[in-house]
Design a protein around this ligand. Structure first.
Ligand code: PMV
Length: 326
């Protein structure tokens, strides 16, 4: 009996221009393009082994067997892989995150990027980066951006075929750090899959989407030219616009807590006083403070002093998803 297996590692990513809303919920085709960078030091490691003796796919995350909707989402990706490879075997999937799963840092991007790479390899497929990004996208939109190296743009595309992410600059291009102020460790009430479905109910979403190509252009230019001031203002505008949509959707989604607002306020004040830093917030209360690497220690220290900040994690710009030894 042959067991075909492979293991892969992928980093989560932080979006500078956010993805919020799908035009095709099943294919996870976004209503706008987005830009992010990978977070080195934080990772998901996943091994996949296809075994003829298994009656079902079996998923183990951080040592615990997982069933229900998480397993269904994983099986959807494995079904796509089985179809491409022409195999029937079920798989055992063992996945591990090195960041606390209850810390409120989304693990779906790194998880589905690692899964796409490990499962396609284990099935004997040798997918291109573009094909891997498209496959990861089917599990979680932002996972498409955790496949390529460093600074990444996900083009919205016109269909499944051309909605994928690619690197716009390698990780060495610009020494930035994400100081993640952990404010709430609890699981978000409304996850992003549900959130994307509500985006269109906000009267502000159409304006946010219409303006997205302009923000993407500015953000891409700022990254390519390493222009922190231009980067900072577009990143904060984009995050605020997404949260304005969230807060005005029906039902409304309010992710910020008082400490999130305190951190954002502090970052604006520090910047006015000459520091290089900007904030961005995903579908949760934690605030990502982006800054040049050389300012990170000082900023992390200041963030730890803000009441309501439980912990600060720091991550530099990370590399692509990759195959690792099992
Ligand atoms: O990939 P998802 O479905 O978890 O969506 C991610 C949504 C945000 O994190 C809020 C924004 C983004 O672009 O990462």
């Amino acid at each position: 009996m042959t067991i075909h297996s492979a293991a892969a590692l992928a980093h989560p990513n932080i979006a500078a221009i956010k993805y919020w809303g799908n035009r095709d919920q099943l294919l996870r085709l976004p209503v706008n393009g987005s830009i992010s960078f990978n977070l080195d030091g934080l990772w998901t490691r996943t091994s996949v082994s296809f075994q003829p003796s298994l009656p079902f796919d079996e998923l183990i995350i951080n040592g615990h067997e997982v069933a229900g909707s998480a397993l269904e989402r994983v099986t959807l990706i494995l079904d796509l892989v089985r179809e491409m490879a022409g195999i029937q075997e079920r798989a055992e999937i063992v996945s591990e995150n090195n960041f606390p799963s209850g810390a409120g840092i989304a693990s779906s991007a790194s998880a589905f990027a690692a899964l796409a790479l490990a499962s396609s390899n284990a099935a004997g497929l040798n997918l291109s980066e573009r094909e891997l990004s498209r496959l990861a996208r089917r599990g979680s939109g932002s996972a498409a951006r955790s496949i390529p190296n460093g600074f990444v743009e996900w083009q919205m595309g016109t269909s499944d075929e051309d909605s994928f992410a690619y690197s716009i600059a390698p990780r060495e291009h610009w020494a930035l750090t994400d100081c993640i102020a952990i404010i709430s460790a609890s699981h978000k009430k409304t996850g992003s899959t549900e959130g994307h479905a509500l985006a269109g109910t906000s009267p502000l979403q159409a304006a946010r989407v219409a303006d997205a190509p302009r923000r993407i252009e500015i953000c891409r230019g700022a990254i390519l030219e390493r222009d922190f001031d231009s980067f900072a203002s577009i990143v904060e505008l984009d995050s605020d616009m997404m949260h304005a949509v969230m807060m005005t959707s029906n039902p409304a989604l309010h992710y910020w807590l008082p400490a999130s607002v305190a951190v954002m306020q502090a970052v604006r004040e520090w910047r006015e006083a000459g520091a290089s830093a900007c904030y961005t917030v995903d579908a949760g209360a934690n605030v990502h403070v982006l800054c040049p690497e050389k300012e990170a220690d000082e900023l992390a220290m200041r963030l730890r002093k803000i009441s309501g900040v439980k912990e600060v994690l720091t991550a530099h710009v990370g590399g692509p998803a990759r195959i690792i030894e099992e």
